[in-house]
Design a protein around this ligand. Structure first.
Ligand SMILES: Nc1ncnc2c1ncn2[C@@H]1O[C@H](COP(=O)(O)OP(=O)(O)O)[C@@H](O)[C@H]1O
Ligand SMILES: [Mg+2]
Length: 249
């Protein structure tokens, strides 16, 4: 579904992503892990077109999408969420998700004209599916942090992606929120037959849902494969020494 080959990106003289290759199969849940600054967000930005690679290739379902504009890549079926929350804090939950549908379907020049009925059914359906049923009138900025991240997930889902990239979906969450988010992600991935690629610093999260793990360290992939294989890898253990990688989950 997603085939990344020999992708590199430098900032100034600094190689943030170096010769990274990675394949994610259709409907697979895959994780990219690695310490802060390893290059995870940069890698995601290269895949989604928010950054242009210096070299290398990104293939989506057999189609070369390397260097295409973010909105084109989104239209080709790659949704994403950002490491920082990206919602409209002053709009209601309903309006946030409705806006995402409107933008995706590009409803003409009067994009922001009010029309409560536009995509109403789709919006309500999405609202329920992300676990925010009953919250449609709540101002998004007043929601708990965990619920705001759910809205953000909804924004990414409004374009009905086949591949979803999530950059640290549980960052900053309480442990309860984290567990709820994992359950939600698993359910949505299953229901929508999604291919999921996510980055995460919480090892418990990673090992509880990822079917495949790639470990980035200083821009390089140092290990890749099944969770058990990665967990047993010596270099990975060295990088993560004292970071809980030995915990069984
Ligand atoms: N736009 C940028 N300009 C310069 N350096 C950057 C930029 N984006 C990321 N970096 C650097 O690239 C490295 C990888 O960053 P990032 O991809 O955000 O890592 P991660 O998401 O794994 O924490 C870091 O050293 C970071 O400082
Ligand atoms: Mg990051």
């Amino acid at each position: 579904m997603l085939e990344i080959s020999r992708l590199s990106k430098s900032f100034g003289g600094f190689r943030a992503v170096s010769d990274v290759s990675l394949t994610v199969e259709a409907r697979q849940i895959a994780a990219v892990i690695g310490p802060n600054g390893a290059g995870k967000s940069t890698l995601f930005n290269l895949i989604t077109g928010h950054l242009r690679p210096d070299s290398g290739k990104v293939m989506l379902g057999g189609r070369d999408i390397t260097g295409a504009a973010p909105h084109r890549i989104c239209r080709m079926g790659v949704g994403r969420s950002f490491q920082r929350t990206n919602i409209f804090a002053k709009l209601t939950v309903f309006e946030n998700l409705q806006a995402a549908f409107i933008v995706h379907h590009r409803r003409g020049p009067n994009l922001w004209s009010r029309s409560d009925s536009l995509y109403r059914d789709e919006t309500m359906e999405l609202l329920r599916s992300i676990g925010l049923g009953g919250q449609e009138k709540t101002i998004a900025g007043t929601l708990s942090y965990g619920n705001q991240k759910q809205v953000e997930l909804g924004l990414a889902l409004a374009s009905d992606p086949g591949v979803l990239l999530l950059d640290e979906p549980t960052a900053g969450m309480s442990s309860t929120e984290t567990h709820e988010t994992i359950a939600l992600l698993e359910r949505i991935a299953e229901e929508r037959e999604l291919t999921l690629l996510f980055t995460e610093h919480d090892m418990e999260v990673v090992f509880s849902i990822a079917q495949k793990i790639a470990v980035l360290h200083q821009g390089h992939i140092i290990a890749e494969g099944l969770p058990d294989t990665v967990r047993a890898n010596d270099e990975v253990r060295r990088v993560y020494l004292g970071h809980g990688l030995t915990h069984q989950s």
